[in-house]
Design a protein around this ligand. Structure first.
Ligand code: NAD
Length: 492
């Protein structure tokens, strides 16, 4: 384990290496009036760095740069765009240690998880470097034989990308990768809590050869005031957002004015089903991943554990043992498995959801309280017999808390799983193929994980239904979000 002084030296070096000004037209510049906003370490509450705090005029300057670069970028050869992504993938991979440390510092997750996210984030660049050269249209004859029908794909145009703090790199590369591949320019607005990872990424893309103006990054403490003029600007053609359902809904309304192409990756309330015949060892392993990846701060986090009555008690006991054994601490420390939550508001929300469930009659099997007197830590928590009206069963917990309820039939499990306005992902453990297929068809979500606790994969279409949003990121579908189809009728 490194001694504290050494770690601090590495930490300041990695932070000093990141540009902290607004990234506009390939250069880092200060915000109007030199305004700054501070970036805090959620493990200590201390300020790590200050980054530029954009004004609405600064935001529009970023859009100006994206608009100016659009035409020549759209004409750049697909192979060249793909090679830039490929080099960015390689640069991210070779700098994984620095990027991971930076992410852990500003976001809190343990270093091993940050390393995992850097690898996952870089994979979107590799995937879309391969997709860039596979964009194709169609050629066919009209049914009456008189006309030839040709379709070709065109980049949508300048895109605005608004991303959350929970996966500071991957939520960016999942949008930037396909936009670069398709030939769109962009303005990215990362969350105010985690801007450093995105600025580090901007300079990597530049080093990989991305022309100035294609990617612009603005950070601001006034998201609504700075984003609204961009969303209302007729030069913008696409809005892609990852974040809460509440903010997503407002942005969809705003995007109606200019009739933007819109993609929304919003909140979730994932059910995790354990059927009577499940392999319980595998189910507990999967449950730990589905719950504890990112300290539970994931849209895909299992939010409700629905367990068949015949195995519920054993499952709950095993989960309680595993959760109680996890080591909580600052993500930079060796052996730490659970970092702090992002801020005080999030930590207090988790506390009040747990208190509400306990007051309503839930049995506390592990955890149940904040940890330490510095930073925003919360103990890994397991609750059994959670009453049906507990708020944690309907709201996103976004923390390390596993509520367990029971069911007695497959139909009841499906009903409970679908009884939510969200529809991002569902997980199910069963050894029976017919049950697995039935669940895959009946669960009302954009993604289903069968006998696996993680579904995220750059080669798969990630996204939700209902209030979890629309549009897909990754997979073959991911690039389509940044392409328009043009049809040309040709009469020979
Ligand atoms: P959030 O909605 O508060 O913020 C997301 C982003 O939107 C941030 O950059 C924020 O600054 C910005 N923003 C907030 N208000 C805005 C406004 N009025 N106009 C323009 N921009 C605005 O969400 P968060 O707390 O950062 O992230 C957590 C949420 O994100 C959770 O609900 C989680 O489920 C969701 N999420 C979804 C996915 C997915 O792929 N479906 C992935 C990760 C996170």
């Amino acid at each position: 384990m490194p001694n504290a002084q050494q770690a601090t030296k590495d930490e300041s070096a990695v932070i000093r290496g990141v540009p902290t000004g607004l990234w506009i037209d390939g250069a880092s510049r200060s915000a109007t009036g030199n305004a700054v906003l501070s970036v805090d370490d959620p493990a200590t509450g201390e300020t790590l760095a200050e980054v530029a705090d954009a004004s609405p005029e600064d935001g529009l300057a970023a859009l100006d740069a994206a608009v100016a670069a659009q035409e020549s970028w759209a004409q750049t050869a697909p192979r060249e765009r793909g090679e830039i992504l490929r080099r960015s993938f390689e640069l991210m991979t070779s700098r994984a240690d620095e990027l991971a440390l930076l992410m852990t510092l500003e976001m809190g997750k343990p270093l091993a998880e940050s390393q995992g996210e850097v690898a996952y984030a870089a994979e979107f660049f590799r995937w879309f470097s391969e997709e860039a050269v596979r964009v194709a249209g169609q050629w066919s004859m009209s049914p009456d034989g008189a006309t030839r029908l040709m379709t070709l794909k065109r980049p949508v145009g300048p895109a605005l990308m608004i991303t959350p703090w929970n996966f500071p790199l991957a939520m960016g590369t999942r949008k930037i990768g396909p936009a670069v591949a398709a030939g769109c320019t962009m303005v990215v607005k990362p969350a105010a809590q985690t801007p450093l990872s995105m600025y580090a990424l901007a300079s990597i893309l530049q080093e990989a050869g991305l022309p100035d103006g294609v990617l612009n990054v603005v950070t601001t403490g006034r998201s609504s005031a700075v984003m609204a003029p961009l969303i209302g600007d007729p030069r913008l053609r696409k809005l892609t957002f990852t974040g809460s359902t509440e903010v997503g809904r407002k942005l969809v309304e705003q995007s109606a004015e200019q009739l933007l192409r819109v993609s929304m990756e919003l909140g979730g309330n994932a059910p995790f089903l354990v059927m009577a015949d499940a392999d319980l060892d595998a189910a507990v392993d999967g449950a730990m991943l589905a719950k504890m990846r990112n300290m539970g701060e994931a849209c895909t986090a299992a939010n409700r554990f629905l367990v068949h009555e015949s195995v519920a008690e054993e499952f709950a006991d095993r989960m309680a043992q595993r959760m109680a054994a996890l080591r909580v601490g600052r993500g930079t420390e060796a052996g730490v498995q659970v970092g702090p939550l992002i801020d005080e508001v999030s930590r207090d929300k988790v506390s009040s959801l747990v208190q509400g469930a306990v007051d309503g009659g839930a049995r506390l099997l592990a955890g149940g309280e904040p940890v330490g007197d510095r930073g925003w830590f919360y103990a890994p928590t397991v609750l059994a017999d959670v009453p049906a009206d507990a708020a944690m069963l309907t709201e996103e917990i976004f923390g390390p808390v596993a509520p367990i309820t029971v069911f007695s039939s497959v139909d009841e499990a499906i009903f409970q799983a679908n009884d939510t306005e969200y529809g991002l992902v569902a997980y199910a453990y069963t050894k029976d193929l017919a049950t697995a297929l039935h669940l895959a068809e009946q669960l009302d979500t954009g993604m289903v994980g069968i006998n696996q606790g993680v579904v995220s994969n750059p080669a798969a279409p990630f996204g939700g239904v209902k209030h979890s949003g629309f549009g897909r990121e990754g997979g073959r579908e991911g690039i389509e979000e940044y392409l328009e189809t043009r049809y040309v009728g040709i009469r020979p």
